[in-house]
Design a binder for this molecule. Structure first.
Ligand code: PRP
Ligand code: URA
Length: 210
């Protein structure tokens, strides 16, 4: 297993992924669970953020504490499906700035087509959490990392709910330093570029557009 790819096997994450995968799960529940999984994944994916010592005064005395040090955070969803992961993460990191990258995958070529990119002006000083529930061929995530790097981002973490080995290989080839956090690494892609067994089309299931 690639040392920069982390499959988050926390029981709560795994249980929630099982509900997402079910064909019968409706859009309301799907949306809620995507957000919950994103929150739990964020908790795991930020384990190594640096801390520094500080002191605070409690009502009873002085306490030695630890507070976050280093870069501030930015959350960047890949539209549209990545939007479903934003609120869960902002619940944990409310001060994070939010950028958006609009990409859709051409159904014939499977290549990503860009339609929007708006990032925090100081993105180069931030630790970026790049969000998309699905890493299939890896074309969308690779292009999004490219946009972030063009705009100066130096530290990027990818968060996907379900990843395919093909997508992981693509990111390793194009952006070997970027860690990938996912809740499941599936078998592979079908002839239409969908992850098998996957969960279907994440954007359609979040927004009810199937
Ligand atoms: C889906 C998904 C990823 C992309 C993954 O988005 O949310 O962005 O496909 O595929 P890839 O790894 O092969 O690039 P889609 O293009 O369906 O757009 P949507 O989110 O607007 O539905
Ligand atoms: N995009 C999705 O939403 N699902 C897949 O399985 C592949 C790409």
């Amino acid at each position: 297993m690639d040392p920069k790819t982390y499959v988050l096997d926390h029981p709560l994450i795994q249980h929630k992924v099982a509900i997402l995968r079910k064909q019968q799960t409706g859009a309301k529940e799907f949306r809620e669970i995507v957000s919950e999984i994103a929150m739990l994944m964020c908790y795991e994916a930020t384990r190594d953020l640096p801390l520094q010592k500080a002191q605070v005064d409690t009502p009873l005395g002085r306490a030695q504490v630890q507070v976050l040090a280093g870069r501030k955070l930015a959350v960047v969803p890949i539209l549209r499906a990545g939007l479903g992961m934003v609120d869960g993460i902002l619940d944990l990191i409310p001060a994070a700035k939010v950028g958006h990258i609009g990409l859709y995958r051409d159904p014939e070529t499977l290549r990503p087509v860009e339609y929007y990119c708006k990032l925090p002006a100081d993105v180069e000083q931030r630790e970026v959490l790049l969000l998309d529930p699905m890493l299939a061929t890896g074309g969308s995530a690779s292009a999004a990392i490219g946009f972030l790097k063009e705009r100066g981002a130096k530290s990027i973490r990818l968060l996907h709910i379900i990843a395919a080995p093909e997508g992981v290989a693509r990111i390793r080839q194009d952006h070997p330093e970027v860690p990938i956090y996912c809740a499941a690494l599936d078998e592979g892609l079908n002839e239409h570029g969908y992850i098998v067994p996957g969960l279907g089309d994440a954007g359609d299931r979040i927004f009810g557009t199937w």
